[in-house]
Design a protein around this ligand. Sequence first.
Ligand code: GDP
Length: 418
Amino acid sequence: MTTKAQSYLTHFRNIGIAAHIDAGKTTTTERILFFTGRNRNIGEVHDGAATMDWMEQERERGITITAAATTAKWTRSGTGEEYVVNIIDTPGHVDFTIEVERSMRVLDGAVAVFDSSQGVEPQSETVWRQADRYGVPRIAFSNKMDKTGASFELVVNDIRERLGAIPAPIQYPMGQENEFKGIIDIVRRRAYTYTNDLGTEIEEHDVPAEFEGKVAEMRQQLIEAAAEVDEDLMMMYLEGEEPSVEQLVAAIRKGTIEKRIFPVLCGSSLKNKGVQLLLDAVVDYLPSPLEVPAIKGKLEDSEETVEFPADPEGELAALAFKIMADPYVGRLTFVRIYSGTLTSGSYVYNASKDKRDRVGRLLKMHANSREEVTELRAGELGAVIGLKDAGTGNTLIADGADRVLLESIDVPEPVIKL
Ligand code: GDP
């Protein structure tokens, strides 16, 4: 049951973007921040020149994708519902395995970016296994559809064969390589093309006749995969009934959260640059903080574990996951709040260090600005200024609460250098 106090969480997505080096993680993240920063949606008309200016300015100033967690907003195309998307920086390098693992703990879902001309590369396999160990639900983005050698089928097959996962293609490219023109949404049976190179405008069309057969076949396979994870859909399938778009989305979402299926999308973050459909898929298929298992903690001197469900009115439980030095404000401690509410100016108990510490100011980091806030609630991520003792991986709980440590980070498996 979701209480009234928890209801905002249904519109929260805490995600990471994971990729093999060069697959296009930076480009994709920049595009996501560009669109979420300005909330550009399907059907909106924009002045191309203004867009260019903004991009140039941002390039000069450098978009803050180095923040450990960036808070963005996305309005779902079509429904107009507003979502908060927190993008957690996941280091892409195999050498940073421990850091990758640490970031895996604070995100609820991930977008795995693949280079469609390369398929699933060895390093992507490593990150994928780490995500498996932390039970992170994922959607896959087959990027670089415009590149010579690009093949959507290659990525889909590699997901099945190299990663041993069940791919569920929810999109299909209209043309590949030089001929890449747009994307078909298999669930909705609609086609989308970008009308300019910045991808700021999307046009929706009927599925072109040449793709109708392929789309029908893929949709049938998608329904079969979704029926495997959803009994209602299975009943409908057995009775030969066609599910509605909403039913199909709900079943795929369930399969994604249970990690039994992996939606696969495609696009080009360089050529058409539009990531709106990717953002829509993030809110459609990746879980809210309410849909992932509650984090557990161990009570001191006891075998007892306690759970901290995502609830702003619950006991405070937060994890410091990254410390950064900031030239203006000094030490920034990035935290994820799992339960309760962290308030500026309050005292917390650092259970890992067995020390009381004072929270100074609280910040939410956006792509091009910082917002000072008075509190961070369950499910939120942000930065604390003022904590003296907190180190990476430390548990922060309410001052005066019984000492409890959030699940420790497993010792990572030896990293195989590839
Ligand atoms: P990262 O290492 O995963 O962060 O990858 P980058 O985002 O830096 O991209 C690596 C290279 O691939 C850069 O030269 C990009 O311009 C290029 N790239 C990224 N996305 C695309 C794409 O969709 N199509 C093509 N052709 N190149 C891309």
